[in-house]
Design a protein around this ligand. Structure first.
Ligand SMILES: Cc1cc2nc3c(=O)[nH]c(=O)nc-3n(C[C@H](O)[C@H](O)[C@H](O)COP(=O)(O)O)c2cc1C
Length: 207
């Protein structure tokens, strides 16, 4: 039963649905762990013709049309933000980065600081840039003055999925998110909620 004492925003970009599925898993697990959760996607920047030419991309666009686009208010609301992006040549997608790049005003006011941040990713190939994507994402967290909560090897299952930087899945639209990635998503969400609760309580004037 959620205690609703921490707010977690899961903010992602997904073209062909893999990251969208991981985002839902992380959002559900965070809620199960007692957080209020907002699941948000970043705006599409690609031309409609590119989306229409790829059936998996078009299907995911339709399937996630009801998910609200991320806003600055979501960032202000959140005690923890979990960002998700597929690998694009070992880097974060322009669509997620574009949202991050609009946050300069909040950064200038110091309103991105002291929140928990974490990230997740997917790639088509086994060594296709998952770690570099998450590390690139985490550059911005340092500039925010954020508190990076990576999963590390804090659970025995992390030795099976093997990515201490964040949840990741190897595979495109034809490779369903597997049990390893599902477990990793749960572990990461639970860790984010646990540490966000502790940090929030520690920073509270009443503590
Ligand atoms: C432009 C582009 C670049 C990509 N670069 C990489 C890459 O560097 N390494 C890799 O393994 N997969 C790469 N991929 C594949 C995606 O990261 C992978 O299919 C991912 O699971 C897609 O996530 P999504 O279904 O949420 O869009 C690339 C895909 C595209 C379209």
């Amino acid at each position: 039963m959620p205690t609703h004492d921490v707010n977690v925003a899961v903010i992602y970009y997904s073209a062909t649905g893999t990251i969208a599925e991981l985002a839902r898993l992380i959002a559900d697990a965070a809620e199960h762990a007692g957080a209020d959760v907002r699941l948000r996607r970043t705006a599409e920047l690609a031309p409609q013709s590119a989306i229409d030419a790829n059936p998996a991309w078009a299907a995911n666009t339709t399937a996630t049309a009801d998910i609200l686009e991320a806003t600055h208010e979501d960032m202000l609301w959140a005690d923890a933000v979990v960002f998700g992006s597929p690998t694009r040549f070992g880097n974060v997608t322009s669509q997620l980065k574009q949202f991050i790049d609009t946050l300069g005003g909040l950064w200038q006011q110091g309103r991105l600081a002291d929140k928990v941040y974490s990230g997740f990713t997917a790639s088509a190939t086994a060594h296709g840039g998952q770690e570099s994507t998450l590390l690139a994402l985490y550059h911005s967290v340092h500039h925010f003055g954020g508190i990076l909560v990576a999963p590390g090897y804090t659970d025995p299952a992390k030795f099976t999925d093997g990515n201490p930087y964040g949840t990741s899945h190897v595979g495109g639209p034809d490779t369903p998110v597997d049990a390893n990635a599902r477990t990793a998503a749960r572990i990461q969400a639970e860790r984010v909620v646990k540490l966000t609760k502790a940090i929030k309580a520690g920073l509270s004037p009443a503590s």
